[in-house]
Design a protein around this ligand. Structure first.
Ligand SMILES: NC(=O)c1ccc[n+]([C@@H]2O[C@H](COP(=O)([O-])OP(=O)(O)OC[C@H]3O[C@@H](n4cnc5c(N)ncnc54)[C@H](O)[C@@H]3O)[C@@H](O)[C@H]2O)c1
Length: 359
């Protein structure tokens, strides 16, 4: 069994535990959270034998081969770098990092040490999204014309105010786009990308009292293949927890689907290609964390573990995650050029762990 450690035992951590548990080849040895009580509770819930508040203890354990990083965005880089330098394979939650140079450093360092690094992008492993990708790549939609996507999500003020990092620019790097809509833009880029030009507008229309980041954003994209599209996202619509929609229009066909869980195809107008409905098992697969995270962490973690075992190449390497971060940063840059300004709020923020912030 390959031994693993999970760094950050918050909302998404159960998805990592269940992903490792599903491989049949890995055992989670360490639950690590700088909030010692969170680490203890998580370890008790999943029967994880070792608990620590200090990530370096996990990195120093020679029995550990793989660590996953599931902390606030700002700490992905220093924690992943320390893990790679300790010779661990590292799976990092989205977004991979907040700065391009940080991703380049991780990729170079992992290559030098002969370990794998990758970013979580679980919706690329959703069976329905895979079907959409295959018909697009087969040319069944004809020439790609438009890709329109949106995400409505309801985030109450407490969601931000009670977190040490959400809504704070330094720690999160943005909100509605880089956090909630990350998977929507990631899927759009997978289906239609790469993107070559963006224009964007953003604002804090609802949560200005508690966040420095955007709660509402709209972007127009042009892709290298000539198609154009748009992305709109808000975290301010309290009428829903999560409601996504992606529309892909080609000269010969159209598909409309979502990446909610279980996700659905709303329109399948694809000449010559039948849609294969989800199986009962796929529809009923339990989502280990919040339902809208879905169940595909398992598939991605299985892929990662098989790559560590040398049985296959990673389906999506770190460059893929970097490409998505690059477009997200371009969108923010455009929004700022079009008048958006990051805010400033006074509330308790988490420390930037000095042990892990060194380059
Ligand atoms: N893929 C998905 O669908 C999905 C869903 C939710 C969250 N996420 C991502 O997962 C990450 C974590 O999000 P979350 O919602 O679980 O956050 P969270 O705030 O619930 O949990 C983060 C945990 O990390 C801990 N932590 C912070 N710094 C640490 C350090 N140096 N060492 C050890 N522990 C540390 C915190 O104490 C906290 O318990 C983010 O990158 C987020 O974007 C991904």
């Amino acid at each position: 069994m390959l031994q693993c450690g999970i760094i950050g035992c918050g909302r998404v951590a159960p998805n990592h535990y269940s992903g490792f548990a599903s491989t049949g080849a890995t055992a989670v040895k360490w639950a690590c959270d700088r909030d010692a009580a969170a680490a203890r509770d998580f370890a008790a819930q999943f029967d994880i034998p070792r608990v620590t508040a200090d990530a370096q203890e996990v990195f120093d354990d020679p029995a550990v081969s793989i660590v996953s990083i599931a902390t606030d965005h700002r700490q992905h880089f220093p924690l992943a770098l320390a893990a790679i330098r300790a010779g661990k394979h590292v799976l990092i939650e989205k977004p991979l990092v907040l700065e391009i140079e940080h991703a380049e450093t991780l990729i170079a360092e992992a290559r030098r040490r002969g370990v794998l690094v990758a970013g979580i992008s679980q919706h690329r492993f959703d069976p329905q999204v895979g079907q959409v990708k295959r018909v697009i790549d087969a040319g069944a939609l004809g020439k790609l014309l438009l890709v329109n996507a949106r995400l409505l999500s309801g985030r109450a003020a407490d969601y931000f105010a009670e977190s040490y990092w959400r809504g704070l620019r330094l720690h999160e790097g943005g909100s509605a786009l880089i956090n909630q809509a990350y998977h929507v833009i990631d899927i759009v880029l997978w289906l239609a990308g790469p993107a070559c030009k963006v224009q964007a507008f953003a604002d804090r229309l609802v949560h200005g009292e508690v966040v420095e980041t955007e709660d509402t954003l709209a972007a127009i994209l042009q892709f290298k293949n000539g198609a154009v599209g748009n992305l709109s996202v808000t975290t301010g619509y309290l009428g829903t927890a999560w409601d996504s929609c992606v529309e892909v229009v080609g000269s010969a066909g159209r598909i409309v689907f979502d990446i909610n869980f279980p996700h659905a195809i709303h329109r399948w107008e694809v000449p010559g290609a039948a849609f294969k409905p989800l199986t009962g098992a796929e529809i009923n697969a339990a989502a280990p964390g919040m339902s809208y995270y879905g169940a595909s962490h398992q598939a991605q973690i299985q892929d990662f573990v098989q790559a560590v075992q040398g049985r296959r190449a990673l389906r999506f390497g770190p460059e893929t995650a970097l490409d998505t971060v690059r477009v997200i940063l371009d969108i923010y840059e455009s929004a700022c050029a079009n008048g958006f300004a990051w805010g400033h709020v006074e509330r308790a923020a988490g420390p930037l762990n000095p042990a892990t912030t060194a380059r």
